[in-house]
Design a binder for this molecule. Structure first.
Ligand SMILES: *Cc1c(COP(=O)(O)O)cnc(C)c1O
Length: 460
């Protein structure tokens, strides 16, 4: 057979296979079996050049790679603060894939532009952020941190009378960066990419939950960027952002909030107080592919003074002029992101928010927190000690006196296929790290994971 299958046939075939995959996902192994992993070699054996039909290509992918996937779409994946894709968000992504829009600007895709504008409005409303903030739809919190820090660098230097876009950093006034020891590694990566090395970071001390201590900050000034965190990847704890912002405001420093998953705490009444004062910051990073449960790669860079984000991301070409020429409120697509050609990833954010509504987002956050507490209580019954206060959806647990066993327990549980949990080392102790972040997770999933941990404990 030659490549005569139409796009519609390919889509139908893929949809049927995806449907079968998803029906199976709640019950299947989470981590794939050894033979499924070995079978992946088949994908590469053919020398490139032999022509393959579209349907046969899709069939091969499904049959060979499908069994080797990690079931992170299901309810028993507890790693990395991520959750499986919500039905509406997944469907929207598939539809948008068929549309294949170039979400560059209004001219290349008016629909993508309008959908991103609408999703941006809903997000700002949900978080309670200033309605004229700029929202760039990027690939995740890494690029959101990068984009926001590019805006911060520009904004702080502009206030010093320095145009970093034109003159760069070489002769610029020296910037200062304040961050805690617990700042996420992607924040450090963003600083490196932006020409601000990590050795120059002034480290703020943290408390026992990994929260920046507002009372122990170095003195701030108008050339300082302060990097706060909403949602520590271990404890889930949030920095005292309100208190930090107060100090920063007094001297004209810029405050960024890395809220990859923790910013969603703002969307639920019972957790919102944990990040009180965050709305007075200057920029915010948040992931959609984590706690909003959209497919990857999807996150947002939000900037109070939209012009800083827009100008930091400016691109100019003969065909469209400069993306900086738009009024910031009209800027969409590539005018606010590092990418030039880009997917219409605002579509899945729009669909997730449209399908959940305000109450549905709050319920998702609160259900995950409640399930995490159930998980934590179960671990304590098994003899674990919880190292974090479990204010959100994160659990760090160790076996007192037998901490070194945590790594083996985590890998035994993964290889059992029953659940995916991680081992970590936090504040000098080896521990299990567990995150409950998926709409798909049920109480039964938690109990099944606990049984797998109990078995791993008994087995050694
Ligand atoms: C996950 C995470 C990031 C990185 O986000 P990606 O979406 O993986 O790029 C940054 N900061 C925090 C606090 C995170 O939890």
């Amino acid at each position: 057979m030659t490549s005569s299958s139409t796009a519609a046939e390919a889509m139908a075939a893929a949809a049927a296979r995806a449907q079968a995959y998803l029906e199976h996902v709640p019950e299947r192994r989470v981590y794939p079996q050894e033979n499924a992993l070995r079978a992946l070699d088949a994908l590469c054996q053919q020398p490139l050049g032999a022509e393959g039909d579209a349907l046969e290509t899709i069939a091969m992918l499904d049959e060979v790679a499908g069994p080797a996937t990690v079931a992170s779409a299901g309810g028993r994946f507890f790693g990395l603060v991520v959750g499986g894709a919500l039905p509406a968000a997944l469907g929207a992504r598939v539809l948008a894939a068929a549309w294949d829009q170039i979400a560059f600007n209004e001219t290349t895709s008016p629909a993508a532009a309008q959908i991103e504008r609408c999703a941006a409005r809903w997000l700002l409303e949900l978080f309670g952020l200033p309605e004229d903030s700029a929202v760039g739809f990027v690939t995740g919190a890494t690029m959101a941190n990068f984009s926001c820090l590019a805006a911060a660098r520009r904004g702080v230097l502009a206030a010093q009378g320095w145009d970093v876009d034109a003159h760069g950093l070489w002769d610029a006034p020296r910037l200062r960066v304040v961050a805690s020891e617990e700042a996420h590694s992607t924040v450090l990566k963003a600083l490196r990419l932006l020409g601000m090395g990590v050795d120059a970071i002034e480290r703020a001390p943290v408390d026992e939950q990994g929260r920046m201590r507002a009372d122990a900050l170095p003195p701030l000034d108008e050339r300082t960027i302060v990097l706060t965190q909403a949602g520590n990847v271990h404890s889930g704890a949030c920095d005292p952002i309100g208190a930090v912002v107060e100090r920063a405001r007094a001297v004209g420093a810029w405050v960024h909030v890395d809220g990859a998953f923790g910013l969603w705490a703002a969307a639920a009444p019972s957790t919102r107080a944990q990040i009180a004062g965050f709305e007075a910051a200057d920029s915010w990073s948040v992931d959609a592919h984590k706690w909003l449960n959209t497919p990857y790669d999807c996150g947002m860079a939000i900037c109070r003074v939209g012009a800083h984000l827009q100008h930091a991301m400016t691109a100019t070409a003969p065909s469209f002029g400069s993306t900086a020429a738009l009024p910031p409120r009209e800027a969409v697509g590539s005018a606010l992101t590092p990418e030039f050609s880009r997917a219409a990833r605002g579509v899945e954010v729009w669909a997730a928010l449209r399908s959940l509504g305000r109450d549905g987002v709050a319920a998702l956050i609160e259900r995950c927190c409640a399930l995490a507490r159930r998980f934590g209580a179960g671990l304590e019954r098994l003899g674990f000690e919880l190292l974090n206060e479990m204010t959100l959806n994160q659990i760090v647990a160790t076996l007192p006196g037998r901490e070194e066993r945590c790594e083996r327990i985590a890998s035994d549980v993964r290889f059992s296929g029953e659940a995916w949990i991680d081992k970590t080392r936090w504040r000098g102790r080896d521990a299990l790290r567990i995150s409950v972040s998926s709409w798909a997770t049920t109480e039964a999933d938690i109990d099944r994971a606990l049984r797998a941990i109990e078995t791993a404990l008994d087995g050694r």
